[in-house]
Design a protein around this ligand. Structure first.
Ligand code: C2E
Ligand code: MG
Ligand code: MG
Ligand code: MG
Length: 288
């Protein structure tokens, strides 16, 4: 735009950069409002046992649709919330809502709830630990039904208090999953030092697995390594039956992806559990 040009027709900054800064500012303001007004929703995506194809867990995933900006992906607003500090409030909201929901689901099926935690939330790990315990007590959800998902970035700086907290939570029976495995930079030794219980293979590998032989061998190698470290494995982003059966054949125990279900609102998830329960009771009445 001519207006933006300087005296000698030379623009000091590029207008697209200006646009990014403005959009970023708008997003920040709207996100603050959304968190304060509780306009953030939690969706749930089923995690299945690949052999029985039954739901064993739900992963809680935040959803934010702004009245003006429309749908904003968590991949965009989570990093923003990490920078502006809102992640603590946001994380607390997701934790309480997801545990409340999971506690209610126990009456239908003994599923676990997998909740994503940002490394930033662990900067105040005493508070985070107290909050998790308070939420379990308040919702009545057994600690064994909670899986915490963290990414490899948590492993960069391993303070003593973090290690203490993680082993304490493990003693309570809470699971600890390493999310997006394969995309980070962690040394394998970290996997042992931290008391992980599950490993989630990033969907980038699952995606290319059945078309690229190098990704196929990577997935097999990850599965073998997980087995020797006694970690359970969840494959993320399963989109077709070919991928599901490949993983099943390679003894990958759990999977999640659009093949089974997209992330859905709590009420729809309840319906999935009820449908599954009804199918099971029919199978029991009419053995094959
Ligand atoms: P994630 O924890 O690795 O979650 C899995 C992401 O993969 C979700 O994206 C899910 O919708 C997507 N996905 C699942 N199956 C498929 C599939 O078959 N195909 C494709 N293409 N995608 C699939 P989503 O919901 O957009 O979340 C993105 C990321 O945002 C999450 O990755 C997680 O890192 C972060 N996130 C989401 N909710 C929270 C939260 O409550 N707290 C924190 N700290 N981070 C969150
Ligand atoms: Mg996750
Ligand atoms: Mg992931
Ligand atoms: Mg991710």
């Amino acid at each position: 735009r001519v207006k933006d040009m300087g005296r000698n027709g030379f623009s000091f900054y590029d207008t697209s950069m200006n646009f990014d800064v403005e959009r970023n500012l708008a997003l920040n303001v709207r996100l603050h409002q959304a968190v304060l007004q509780n306009d953030i929703e939690v969706y749930y995506q089923p995690i299945l046992d690949l052999n029985s194809r039954k739901i064993v867990a739900a992963e809680a995933l935040v959803r934010w649709t702004d009245s003006e900006l429309g749908f904003v992906s968590p991949a965009d607003f989570i990093p923003m919330a990490e920078k502006n500090g809102l992640i603590h409030r946001l994380g607390d909201m997701v934790l309480l809502e997801a545990c409340t929901q999971a506690s209610a689901w126990q009456a239908i099926s003994p599923i676990k709830i997998a909740i994503n935690f940002s490394s930033v939330q662990f900067r105040y790990c005493e508070q985070l630990q107290a909050r998790i315990i308070a939420v379990l007590v308040a919702t009545g959800l057994p600690a064994s039904q909670l899986d915490m998902e963290v990414t490899e970035s948590l492993l960069i700086d391993q303070g003593r208090s973090l290690m203490k907290m993680l082993s304490y939570l493990k003693q309570l029976g809470i699971g600890l999953s390493i999310d997006d495995f394969g995309t980070g930079y962690s040394a394998l030794s970290y996997l042992q030092r931290f008391s992980f219980t599950k490993l989630k293979i990033d969907r980038a590998f699952i995606n290319k697995m059945t078309t690229s032989s190098s990704d196929e061998s990577l997935v097999s190698a990850i599965l073998a390594m997980a087995k020797s470290l006694k970690l359970k494995v969840v494959a993320e982003g399963i989109e077709d039956e070919q991928q599901a059966s490949f993983l099943q054949q390679h003894n990958c125990e759990f999977g999640q992806g659009y093949l089974f279900s997209r992330p859905i609102p709590a009420a729809e998830f309840t319906q999935l559990l009820l449908d599954e329960q009804r199918r099971e009771s029919v199978e029991l009445k009419q053995p094959a």
